[in-house]
Design a protein around this ligand. Structure first.
Ligand code: ATP
Length: 292
């Protein structure tokens, strides 16, 4: 097993008298895109700040590849963080932005130029390197910011709502780019877009009121979480407990069993099933249930 990229245990963070994180546990694996979900004010940004060592925990621990961000500023060298304010300089070209970024992060000019060229080559349709950033569309600018996020050899990339305010085509292009660029390192992706999380992430965590309330694979849209069932005599038990029918005489049987197993279990319990309909459960259902 690889060491997780980030391991957070029982983390509490306060802003004055306001408790923002309240016993948060989280593990970001060493590969793949990990989604951080939650309503406004849930604690996503504070979690990112704790990973970057920008807030001091009131309790608990954070480890970024074995480094404690609260006490070791060298953690910054492990991270590449893209915030909603991308920090690109509007008055210089795309290529100059990338070269400057490499220079301020300790590269020499001889290292910086090829790194910038390579970063642009990794993007399938990059904006021209000589174009001024101020002349780019919002989508093209995001492409440059993403290329820059993966340009340096940082072992963990953090993207904070990278597709916010993009049109559907530009969003899809950015998702393709994130998928492509994340092949060689772990990415922590904070997003409000649940279908984006389901599409990109191997695992997600839902934060609610400063705690993780769900942690696991984003539930595929076709996973069944319950079944609507009708029976001949209008009486049904599940796992030994009688269920109440709704006003149309239907029962809801909640289970993660696949359809064939659920139907077999119903029949084996003596139910004479006349109707059986799987109810699909999406990540959005889970989100609304736990954080709605
Ligand atoms: P959003 O999706 O809106 O960005 P978030 O999930 O990133 O929200 P945080 O910004 O981490 O949430 O905020 C967590 C809690 O901490 C909220 O209740 C917020 O009001 C509070 N908070 C965040 N920053 C500060 C601050 N600088 N001072 C005081 N309270 C803060």
């Amino acid at each position: 097993m690889h060491e997780p990229a980030v391991a957070i245990r029982s983390l509490a963070v306060d802003y004055g008298r306001q408790r923002a994180l309240d016993g948060l546990d989280l593990e970001v694996p060493s590969s793949g895109v990990f989604g951080l979900l939650g309503r406004n004010g849930a604690g996503k940004t504070t979690t990112i700040r704790a990973i970057a060592g920008l807030v001091k925990p009131a309790a608990g621990t954070v480890s970024v590849l074995g480094t404690d961000p609260a006490s070791d500023p060298s953690v910054r060298k492990l991270l590449s963080i893209l915030l909603s304010d991308d920090g690109l300089v509007a008055g210089i070209s795309v290529r100059e932005n990338l070269v400057c970024w490499a220079l301020v992060n300790g590269c020499t000019i001889r290292q910086a130029r090829p790194l910038a060229g390579e970063a642009l080559r990794r993007v399938s349709s990059p904006p021209p390197g000589g174009k001024l950033v101020r002349d780019l569309s919002t989508g093209a600018r995001r492409t440059v910011a993403l290329a820059r996020s993966f340009m340096l050899d940082r072992p963990l990339v953090i993207l904070d709502e990278p597709t916010a305010s993009l049109d559907p085509v530009a969003s899809a292009e950015c998702r393709d780019l994130i998928r492509h660029l994340s092949a060689d390192r772990p990415v922590l992706l904070s997003t409000h877009n649940l279908s984006e999380a389901a599409e990109l992430c191997r695992q997600v965590a839902i934060i609610h009121l400063g705690k993780v309330v769900f942690d696991g694979p984003p539930i595929p849209h076709d996973q069944v979480g319950a079944y609507l069932v009708k029976v001949e005599d209008g009486r049904l038990s599940w796992e030994g407990r009688p269920l109440a029918a709704d006003e149309t005489g239907q029962f809801t049987v909640t289970t993660q069993m696949p359809p064939a197993d659920a139907l077999s279990a119903l029949v084996a319990s003596g139910a004479r099933v006349t109707e059986f309909k799987p109810l699909r459960r999406s990540l959005s259902d889970v989100f609304l249930e736990l954080a709605g």
